[in-house]
Design a protein around this ligand. Structure first.
Ligand code: ACO
Length: 428
């Protein structure tokens, strides 16, 4: 395999090194392109062919359906690890020892309060506000209560900022839901594990003892692990690019939350359930909606199907499908919306349109189903995704800063007007 790529423009040849990743992925290093060619750039809307960085965090192979965090397969991590271990692994690169894990857990618990004044900010939002907007705003607001930038070269300062946000984020997430439900704000219970405490903060009633449910906690733990990182997706790229201007960690995360909100990204899990509800309200005719999804004159898309990277199957969807079946069975849940989901998946998986385009149910198709079975309100689904993705965003931000990456600043090809002389308003 050549180590050089040659580009020819108007008879002039330019050579660029080809770099190889540890999984033999190849990339043409075009850092010198503009300088060498006198300003020629590349154009790649949606960055389908553009590598924005070198990263040692997550490996995925969309064709083979492989997803690994720091070398460990998602299947093994989902089965054997818990969310905090995975968070530590993603952020610091190695699975924690028992002592490291104990310290990590303790340090997070130490930071698990949120300034009381944050409640005043939350109070200002209408109850109808979408929890993702509220969460993004509250994450930004945290900066005001934790001023001072983090010296990324100080391991201690970085560690402090990391445990702070891992501790406070679940509180903010739970508060966004409690506000919508008119429940008093709850600080949880530090004697519980991270995920169990999150569940308690979301669901505890003021007049009722909280009862943990192992099935629910295990399912939540797994969901968070499956969402914990996914290399350079839209929200992660956002976190990295915002951080590349040396904006702080919390500010970068807040931007990532906004990016995740969109229905083509993390918002898809909410869109899945809304779509299933709409199909149910319309008589439950799945064939009609499959036909709509295939009709190029109809903007309707089957939410929860297709993926930018996975063109074979989404390994997370495989794990979560099994988990969804277990949770529904164990909790004895029967729900017509879930029957519609199953019907839709069965038809689509055999339909030529979907098979040809390699459109398989993605992780969001099943995660929405489990969240619904666990009693999590639809508008909180993307917040659950954000809770899972938090360690990935942190790991990617930290890596970007430690590698001293330059500010992210893509180029463009200008297609607007050429120079024109200004006309006074009376002449227009
Ligand atoms: N329903 C119907 N047709 C679809 C769907 C769908 N869900 N997804 C893709 N297609 C079709 C497109 O119309 C296109 O058809 P064509 O080749 O005849 O024009 C072809 O499949 C390729 O689609 P693209 O949009 O080019 O694929 P891309 O990789 O850009 O998009 C995406 C991926 C955004 C996920 C897309 O499949 C989609 O919109 N899916 C629904 C939303 C969704 O579930 N998003 C969650 C993604 S997972 C995550 O963020 C965790």
């Amino acid at each position: 395999m050549s180590k050089i790529a040659t580009l020819e423009i108007d008879g002039n040849k330019y050579e660029f090194p080809i770099i190889k990743g540890t999984e033999n992925e190849l990339g043409i290093d075009i850092k010198a392109l503009r300088g060498a060619t006198g300003g020629v750039t590349t154009i790649d809307p949606g960055y389908k062919n553009t590598g924005s960085c070198e990263s040692a965090i997550t490996f995925l192979d969309g064709e083979k359906g492989i997803l690994r965090y720091r070398g460990y397969s998602i299947e093994e991590l989902a089965e054997k690890a818990d969310f905090l271990e995975v968070a530590y692994l993603l952020i610091f690169g190695e699975l924690p020892t028992a002592a490291q894990l104990e310290k990590f857990d303790k340090d997070i618990k130490e930071e698990s309060h949120v300034d009381e004044d944050m409640k005043k900010i939350l109070d200002g939002f209408p109850k109808s506000a979408h929890p993702m907007g509220v969460l993004s705003s509250l994450t930004s607001a945290l900066i005001a209560f934790n001023p001072g930038s983090v010296d990324v070269d100080s391991e201690e300062e970085m560690y402090g900022a990391i445990v702070k946000i891992l501790a406070k984020f679940p509180v903010l997430a739970a508060w966004t839901m409690r506000k919508r439900k008119s429940l008093p704000l709850d600080y949880g219970d530090n004697s519980l594990g991270y995920v169990e405490n999150l569940h308690k903060m979301m669901f505890a009633r003021p007049n009722q003892a909280y009862e943990a449910n192992k099935i629910v906690n295990d399912a939540l733990d797994k969901l968070l692990i499956l969402h914990a990182d996914h290399e350079q997706n839209c929200s992660t790229s956002t976190v990295r690019i915002v951080g590349s201007s040396h904006a702080g960690l919390f500010a970068s995360l807040s931007a990532g939350i906004s990016a995740l909100w969109g229905p083509l990204h993390g918002g898809a899990n909410q869109a899945v359930i809304e779509m299933l509800e709409a199909i149910k309200a319309d008589g439950g005719d799945t064939a009609k909606y499959i036909a709509k999804a295939k009709d190029k004159n109809d903007p309707f898309r089957l939410m929860g199907f297709g993926h930018r990277v996975y063109k074979n199957f989404d390994p997370r969807a495989k794990i979560i499908k099994k988990s969804a079946e277990e949770v529904l069975g164990d909790l004895g849940i029967e729900d017509p919306v879930l029957d519609i989901a199953k019907g839709l998946a069965d038809v689509a998986l055999k339909d030529e349109y979907f098979v040809q385009r390699k459109l398989y149910p993605n992780v969001d198709f099943y995660s929405g189903i489990i969240y619904r079975a666990l009693g999590i309100p639809t508008e909180m689904f993307t917040v659950m995704f954000a809770l899972g993705r938090l360690p990935g965003w942190i790991a990617q931000w930290r890596e970007m800063r430690l590698r001293k990456e330059p500010i992210g600043r893509p180029r463009q090809i200008y297609i607007g007007e050429n120079y024109r002389a200004f006309k006074a308003v009376s002449e227009r």
